[in-house]
Design a binder for this molecule. Sequence first.
Ligand code: PLP
Length: 455
Amino acid sequence: MTQEEFRAAADRAACWIASYMERIRDYPVLARVRSGEIAAQLPANGPEQGEDIGAVLDDFERIVVPGITHWNHPRFLAYFANSGTPPGMIAELLASALNVNAMVWRGSPAATELEQVTLRWLAQWLGLPPEWLGVIYDTASVSTLHALAAAREWADPRARSHGNPPGLTLYCSEQAHSSVEKAAIAIGIGQENVRKIAAGPQFQMNVEALEEALARDRQAGRRPFCIVATAGTTACAAIDPLAPIAALAERERIWLHVDAAYGGAFALLPQMRRLFEGWERADSVVVNPHKSLLTQVDLSVLYTRRPDILRRAFALVPDYLQTPAATINLMDYGVPLGRRFRALKLWFVMRCHGREGMAAILAGHVRLAQQFAMWVAEDERFELAIPAGFSLVCFRLRAPDEPNRALLDRLNESGVAFLSHTVLDGRFTLRLAVGNYQTNLDDLRAVWEKIRSLI
Ligand SMILES: Cc1ncc(COP(=O)(O)O)c(C=O)c1O
């Protein structure tokens, strides 16, 4: 590709993006294709000769876009809705041009140092101790996997060379995200050694039940090594009692990991900061800027007060990667050797929005969720499953599961919005998660009207 061809294609892509953002409300949120429909439009074999990028861009618009579920749509309200904001788009483009691999400091000093600086800013904004080390991974699932491996290293440094000792046991709420159990599987703890502690009526971990489980296991000669508390559960944004759990973990000398993948962003809001009291006593915390903090997928941050332990769990440097003393080589803090320059997009997003701008958007999301919850509460055909938490509303028809499921299907098929579901107290529950920077009151009003028209 010549430089002229590159400029023309990049101009075309930038124009497409600008008009996509302008016209995004015209798209059905959920892709309207059948399984296999996109693949059927693509040749079975890759091209022998290179093609003109214009033709590739044509097919992007003609074949790929119709198969897209529009996560950046203001009425994407499923799972934990997120935002890929324009500053992050520019940064992703630049990062792809630089194409650096931030495995060792000298592999790109700016990539390593920008990561450290942006994560220190973020820690300050969230009220986490600024001296903690932050490391960027792709997802919260991978951040949590690293936290659990560090917890094991702390509990028994011989595990790294000899494998897991018998009896290592992990504790989390029954509402914890499946990534916790998956991480336990991956590091060889085993599902049988994950204790899922009962949650109370507001879906928060029951600390007494946790204490009892620990005592029982100790008596049986087991080795409790990690507690995972959640600040913003996936199902309904519940927050486990962080301060009592932190006190218990300290007394028991057990690693405490806080999964704040979704909820953590809201610590940016002074009025919400108290909800996180106790997380500053944890050993590690995961926060996902790619969920609520206006940053493109993928970018998850693991903070830890014990960087030396995380490093001890993972550092393994072959000859060819030996480097002169440097500030820090981030490859030493995890499984991946190669690391994308993800910090660039976080830096762009943080600088272009500023703390106040990001807080204003998050506060807006909370207000929108509360407004929607109010409409639900005022309509006697519906009920809230639990008061709205952060920017998430869990609600349902006062009816059995089937009509609720049918309502959700009809809404999603309409293209007006995309919502997802969960099960709370054994009952099918609709979830509306506000997380896109363009979502406004008119969007939610349109969704609520649509829902009411479908019953
Ligand atoms: C509380 C919580 N933890 C972890 C995850 C996993 O996030 P990721 O997709 O970044 O692995 C999720 C996903 O929604 C979540 O809600």
